[in-house]
Design a protein around this ligand. Structure first.
Ligand code: TUI
Length: 318
């Protein structure tokens, strides 16, 4: 049994978060993960507060286990969503794509556990000081909006710099990834791409098939110049993006090209011209399974590996 500070803090059985993936992580997926003992997370994306409130009401019908809501800080509704989450007294808030500083005090006063994604050591320290209960280190291997550092490099550096638990994210798709995260000092992991293939995940089947078929070199990062770099699976949209970048197109032109594309892929199933956000680990993600089986399989594998590591460490270098 792998039980960590994160399990204790959040009252969850397994130290695993399901990534709050915009247009994908709804109450159905999050409830299945929470019910299986992880932390299910509802993604707020660019949705208005009332739509997210409905999802919170739905998850409470489906499970009495703890769950989280992620606040995408680039959303035009971030302020309203942050207020609504206080009214709803959600147990956990995860933030992404920005600095949650101005909301922290209100959330903490409402008794909510707050876990921001920290893109660097400096931000992790800053978030700890502002009252964060833990931080997520999300490497550039992750899907969607990404930073520069890899999971392997940012995780141990943040672990050494803060006194709160660290959750590693980006590039974790099986038990080996979980064991590696613990070796780096993490107290938990966040997994996105593998949960897209969960039976309870309502992403369009074309989206799932594209992840299943993907290999190790099939992702690309678009929009580095716009300041909003996003990792996606390569397709015709990526070719169009690269063309614009080559021609030094304006940021406005590139942002216009990206608008509505995630909905196109995840909901409408247009995986040629939509934005198929996915992590680099897609190459080893191919099985459609229930959330319960994903979690069980990943942790059984991690435990096996960690026991073997113990045996290895007991050997001799002489
Ligand atoms: O947020 C994510 N991943 C996302 S959000 C998203 S929706 C979207 N769609 C189109 C364009 C942009 C976003 C899809 N995927 N991951 C968490 C994450 N947070 N990664 C990096 C960061 C981050 C970056 C900077 C967190 C804090 C931060 O602060 C720096 C600052 O200057 O505020």
């Amino acid at each position: 049994m792998i039980y960590t500070k994160i399990c204790e803090m959040l009252k969850i059985k397994y130290p695993i978060f399901q990534g709050g993936m915009a247009q994908i992580s709804d109450s159905g997926l999050a409830a299945a993960v929470s019910q299986a003992g992880g932390l299910g997370i509802i993604a707020s994306g660019n949705n208005p507060p009332e739509a997210i409130r409905d999802e919170i009401h739905k998850i409470r019908e489906l499970t009495d286990k703890p769950f989280g809501v992620n606040v995408m800080l680039l959303s035009p509704y971030a302020e309203e969503v942050s207020q609504m989450l206080i009214e709803e007294k959600v147990p956990v808030i995860v933030t992404g794509a920005g600095n949650p500083g101005k909301y922290m005090k209100r959330w903490k006063e409402a008794g909510i556990k707050v876990i921001p994604v920290a893109p660097s050591v400096a931000f992790a320290k800053h978030f700890e000081k502002a009252g964060a209960d833990a931080v997520i280190c999300e490497g550039t291997e992750a899907g969607g909006h990404v930073g520069e550092l890899t999971t392997m490099c940012i995780t141990p550096q943040v672990v050494d710099s803060v006194n709160i638990p660290v959750v590693a994210a980006g590039g974790i798709g099986d038990g080996r990834g979980i064991a590696a995260a613990f070796c780096l000092g993490a107290s938990g992991v966040q997994v996105g791409t593998r949960f897209v293939l969960a039976k309870e995940c309502k992403a369009h089947q074309n989206y799932k098939e594209k992840i299943k078929k993907a290999g190790d070199t099939d992702t690309a990062v678009t929009g580095r110049k716009t300041g909003h770099p996003v990792r996606v699976l390569k397709n015709k949209l990526v070719t169009q993006f690269k063309e614009l970048e080559k021609n030094n197109a304006s940021i406005e032109e590139m942002e216009a090209l990206g608008r509505g594309r995630l909905y196109m892929a995840a909901v409408e199933g247009n995986v040629d011209y939509g934005s198929v956000m996915s992590g680099q680990i897609a190459g080893l993600v191919y099985k459609e399974q229930a959330c319960r089986d994903i979690i069980r399989e990943m942790f059984e594998e991690a435990e096996r590996i960690m026991k073997n590591l113990g045996l290895m460490a007991g050997g001799s270098n002489e």
